[in-house]
Design a protein around this ligand. Sequence first.
Ligand code: PEP
Ligand code: MG
Length: 895
Amino acid sequence: MAKWVYRFGDGMAEGRADMRNLLGGKGANLAEMSSLGLPVPPGFSITTEVCTYYYAHDKGFPDDLKKQVDDGVAHIEKIVGMKFGDPNAPLLVSVRSGARVSMPGMMDTVLNLGLNDETAAGLAKQSGDERFAYDSYRRFIQMYGNVVLGVEHHHFEEILDLHKSDLGVSLDTDLTAENWKKVIAEYKAKVEEELGKPFPQDPRTQLWGAIGAVFASWNIPRAITYRKLNNIPEDWGTAVNVQAMVFGNMGNDCATGVAFTRNPSTGEKEFYGEYLVNAQGEDVVAGIRTPQHLTLAGKKANNSTLPAMEEVMPEVFSQLNDVRQQLETHYRDMQDIEFTVQKGKLYMLQTRNGKRTAQAALKIAVDLCNEGLIDKKTAVARIDPASLDQLLHPTLDPKAKREVIARGLPASPGAASGKVVFTADDAEDRAAKGDKVILVRVETSPEDIHGMHAAVGILTTRGGMTSHAAVVARGMGRPCVSGAGELRIDGKAKVMIVKGHKIQEGDLITIDGGTGEVMAGAVPTIEPQLSGDFATLMGWADEARKLKIRTNAETPLDARTARKFGAEGIGLCRTEHMFFDGDRIVAMREMIMAEDVEGRKKALAKILPMQRQDFVELFEIMKGLPVTIRLLDPPLHEFLPHSAEEMAEVAAAAGVPVDAVAARAAALHESNPMLGHRGCRLGITYPEIYEMQARAIFEALAHVKQTSGDTAEAEIMIPLVGIPKELTLMKAIIDRVAAEVEAESKVKLPYSVGTMIELPRAALLAGEIAKDAAFFSFGTNDLTQTTFGLSRDDAARFIQAYERQGILARDPFITLDADGVGELVKLAAERGRKTRPDIKLGICGEHGGDPASIHFCAQQGLNYVSCSPYRVPIAKLAAAQAALTSSGDGRKGEG
Ligand code: PEP
Ligand code: MG
């Protein structure tokens, strides 16, 4: 016979905490608490398998369920010494849902089940409180009538309101037992009128009705929506928990409350919770009465004048405090508990692992480890890497009011408020005057860099998670919301319009780059607190992880920030990003626009010293560590001058007529720049560019080595290789320049040459390419773009439709597509290693900062991942977790 029902109570239980798949979270933990000998009202759980059966059999139940439920009821009756339907000692039960994971408030609950005309009178006699008994009965009819029988709520409300106005009272508490009896009669008449049959008086009929209703509520719209939002599978189903009622509203020796065993916002080891005397559970959450603090400390900290439970019921409080200790020691984690006190006796109604802020999660994990309850590995495993973002950037004050006017992608975390500006120059001007500004653009380009630097936040209406704005903002640690498509920008008029709001230049807005929200006005933020716990946990993560963590950085500021967070080198220095500032962009344009080698060499000569100086600083900062420098790789359009002003600037610098510049810009225009004249194709056509860059790198290396005796190790990386010979030719240039600089400086240069794998052809030919490559770095932004044939700059506009329809589980530009792109990574790694067993493998696409993608990289045995500076701690933690889950696939545990 199948076992459908698991009983608990009186120090015994047939279930256990680890049976949550079968019993639901609530049922499993009630069983566990009962086995621990805690005061749990007796009851039973009907398994999630019955839910599955119910839906598979046209809302029917297995034949042998009835007997098991009857046994369950008998079990409760025996323990509490009361009987279902017995007027002298009526047993009342609650019937509640309980899925594997908590779905708060999403499914239905019925309380006080077992009341009818006779048992209500019995309850009045037994409790000595007639008002309480009839109030309970009318609550039951209302709840059961609505949830199980489908009588709309307003019918009951109307009857009650009419009574109150007839009596001239406004509060439910003003009604007497006699008043309630009249309300009950009308409720019952209403139910009969609506359904054509009377309100069920038989407790067992009531029970089966309620069980069916809870199973049915698994599929009500709000529960379905909640599951979709939280990735909860449809087929999990819910369990049903039937449990003896206990009452917190039988007088002043009764109470009900909720508590956390530690403070869920700070993680402090303090008992944290609220209670109400003479109240039912809903009253605490409903906000009708002001809940009181459990502890004297809590009362004091909140300047409350209402008495604490510690004062009012010292004995029960001390018992509750013992339960708190016992539960924490048992579950080895912070618990979220619900309790009721009935006539001075404590009952535990629920326990579960408590939700907490990122800061609290860190503190609790570190403290529990120091208390000897968990080991370091468990502590490391408990922290959600992505949640660290909350700690590394300013965040919105959770208490602050906010008016969300638009939403985009959470492109770079952190929150910022500032005055709206629409151009990079305006950003710089206003910032120079001391204003905080948010730069709002349709999309950003390299020319906006100075404005992005000057701004405290960046908002774009177009572009995805790997758009220029997103990548650059993350690198700079600036909050960014990208692709907020509802916003309309009128650049000329300097206004943006959204949902009837007209926002002008200089108006205040707030963006939250962690959620993608755009808000009107300034919303207060709070600064990150990198406490000692953060450092401690990071230390434990470092002990566990195998992957090295590098950073994507071009500027000394980024490089320093990343080192502060513990980066172990630079995995990607995008050299073109070094040319966005000030005069450099002009020299760069001059070079790109030059008609011939001579013109290019002239411009390159201007660039060389600047480039050399950049590298000197990076090599000094990254002393002893590897620095991967990628030679020029811009889609050309990023550097072409657009405005007349820009053209004039380039013309003046190059000493040619403006017309010539305009003609050249038109000639260089490409219809598909991302697949155009970029990457090593530039080096093939204009070798002097790579030659200059190689010289700048080597002269910088020699200089740093000569002046400080130590330097970083240069890894020179050729982008967008798809044909092995491209690499062979570029490597020959680099090796030649290295030999020249070694001869000139008499310094042995620590360098190697490698390539990016960012085209499918490169992955396929990795064995051949590895002959010339000391390392591969997977450029998974382009590899995703080229494998899917999906533009990284345009995908954001429609990718959500793919996610909604379940065509893609997630945006492949955020989380590496293990099935497709990942196959290419795997294959390239294999083929590369076959040619060159010691080939160094890393990843430098945006995926290098994404926890699920990091798990994938760990599985493939890559040597390192490289991510933006502010993601370094996240990557470290994710890498540690990957190392700790030996079976590997990081995506499994994610819900
Ligand atoms: C990539 O393509 O993954 C990469 C890191 O290069 P970029 O984003 O600069 O094209
Ligand atoms: Mg690329």
